[in-house]
Ligand binder design. Structure first.
Ligand code: FAD
Ligand code: MLT
Ligand code: ZN
Length: 477
């Protein structure tokens, strides 16, 4: 054991340190298996004070730190580099829910709590924590806040940034900033909290958070509609806001290619409609008002049925089903949530987590599809995502049977074509997955000099030794 590792051990003990190759491996590679790094050790502190002591030691020894939560990130931000002096600092032992304030609608948690655990604790208290995404069974709230995660309910509740009131952060010099304030209003100077949200571990380590809660929905309606085009999807959503009395909580678009992959690779899934169609919309309406109360006796399901009937008459919907039970609703959601898993099982793919204004989705989609297939004839576009936020996963699946190295030779041409188009539409090259390691060069290319200069100034000021997740998000020369 080196002297440095021995000093880490003195802080976190046996339970908090992994140094053998087999034990380290899962922390050194990302979910997509794009990277495989090395680390002096995997350090798993149990308290904020232990995190602070580890960070102080690393600052003194000039060892870089890669914070990690559930390691489900899509951009390689939580994976160490192939060479260099780094530790992975995993927050997963800091997994306690500290307080639920039912009256104030808040929950205080440690950074390593798994998102699903938070959702369940909120539901048990008759409240809702609305962040919801496919990786919710393993991603952590610290990772969610550090990536400013999105997911499937952003159009109603906002992304992770909108779901938090206060933070506790260990700064790059090991000092602890206690910003755990449950305040809805606080205009006392620059907003430090917002700096750390979406910073992907490059400015400090989030150790605790005060989250916002909402009333638990008591009435739900889930529909699966075949639509003729993305244009129809956007129009369907546009009029659903009023028809649902502002209760649209999810609106997801999927192309047929993705459904075919899910049906092929994910056991227990089935096509809800008799015929195949090019595009589908999964819509969820939910409300805290129970269906049986007063003049609301009809409930959201009846309202949705009437609404979809009218949409069919207008030609916006070709065929549709509405879930009659929770199990049916879950089965529809499984078709959507398993896209990422099914794509991984199918083989290599390139992800483009893009956003444009919702009203620009209809022209963007056919232009984007044409650009992708021009860049690599024979590639398989896999388009799905959060159309209600203007955020599509405009992904590209390799031609059947291609190896990853063979496919990746075309990566720059494919991604360049999509990102140039997104930029021409005034959109974003990273809507919800962050920059991490995978888009560092794209950020340099697509953001203006002034934006990059401000980002670099912030990074240099807050992390002068460049030890906090270096090489991620923004390069410091
Ligand atoms: P990690 O992967 O461990 O880390 C992500 C980044 O945050 C890294 O840069 C890391 O250094 C940093 N970090 C982690 N914890 C901390 C901390 N406590 N303090 C400071 N920095 C920290 N994302 C979406 O936005 N929307 C989706 O719909 C979505 N769907 C997904 C579906 C699947 C099947 C999968 C596998 C992933 C999906 N993701 C989605 C991506 C991923 O789940 C999110 O980015 C999630 O927020 C990452 O959380 P994590 O705990 O796994 O973070
Ligand atoms: C999702 O929404 O399922 C993920 O963010 C998408 C992806 O894997 O590209
Ligand atoms: Zn997504």
């Amino acid at each position: 054991m080196t002297d440095f590792v021995a000093r880490l051990h003195a802080i976190v003990g046996d339970k908090g340190l992994i140094t053998d190759d087999q034990g380290k491996h899962p922390f050194l590679t990302d979910w997509r298996e794009n990277y495989l790094g090395t680390a002096l050790a995997i350090v798993r502190p149990a308290t904020t004070e232990e995190v602070a002591a580890v960070v102080k030691l690393c600052a003194a020894e000039k060892v870089a730190i890669v914070p990690q939560g559930g390691n489900t990130g899509m951009s390689g931000g939580g994976t160490p580099h192939e060479e260099g002096r780094e530790i992975v600092l995993s927050l997963t032992r800091m997994n306690r829910i500290l307080e639920i304030d039912k009256v104030g609608y808040t929950m205080t948690v440690e950074a390593g709590v798994v998102l699903k655990t938070i959702q369940e604790a909120a539901a048990d208290a008759d409240r809702l924590f609305p962040l919801s995404l496919g990786a919710e069974g393993s991603c952590t709230i610290g990772g969610n806040l550090s990536t400013n995660a999105g997911g499937v309910q952003v159009l109603h509740y906002g992304n992770a940034r909108n779901l938090v009131l206060g933070l506790e952060v260990v700064l790059p010099d090991g000092e602890i900033w206690n910003g755990l304030r449950a305040l809805k209003k606080d205009n006392t100077g620059y907003d430090l909290r917002d700096l750390y949200l979406g910073a992907e571990g490059t400015l400090g380590i989030i150790t605790k958070a005060i989250l916002k809660l909402w009333p638990k929905p008591k009435d739900h309606a889930t529909s699966w509609s075949a639509v003729p085009s993305p244009q129809a999807a956007v129009e369907l959503l546009s009029s659903a806001y009023a028809a649902s009395e502002d209760n649209v909580t999810s609106c997801e678009l999927m192309g047929r290619q993705g459904i075919d992959l899910v049906l092929q690779h994910i056991a227990g899934t089935s096509d809800p409609l008799a015929d195949k169609h090019d595009w589908y919309v999964l819509m969820e309406w939910s409300s805290a008002r129970p269906a049986s109360v007063g003049d609301n006796a009809a409930g959201l399901r009846d309202k949705m049925e009437a609404y979809l009937g009218e949409a069919m008459e207008k030609g916006l919907v070709l065929d549709a089903v509405i879930a009659q039970t929770e199990a049916q609703s879950k089965a529809l959601w499984a078709l959507r949530e398993n896209h990422t898993e099914a794509s991984k099982k199918e083989g290599p793919s390139i992800k483009h987590d893009i956003s444009v204004a919702v009203s620009k989705i209809p022209p963007f989609v056919p232009e984007g599809l044409a650009a992708m297939t021009k860049a690599l004839p024979g590639c398989r576009p896999l388009v799905f995502g959060h159309v209600g936020d203007g955020n599509l996963h405009f992904n590209c699946q390799a031609p059947a049977g291609w190896s990853k190295p063979q496919f990746m030779q075309h990566g720059d041409a494919i991604s360049g074509a999509i990102y140039d188009l997104v930029t021409a539409y005034g959109g974003s090259i990273s809507a919800e997955h962050g920059i991490g390691r995978i888009k560092v060069h794209e950020l340099e290319h697509y953001r203006t000099k002034i934006e990059l200069d401000v980002m670099r100034s912030l990074k240099r000021a807050l992390d002068p030794q460049n030890l906090m997740n270096p090489g991620k998000v923004i390069q410091i020369q």
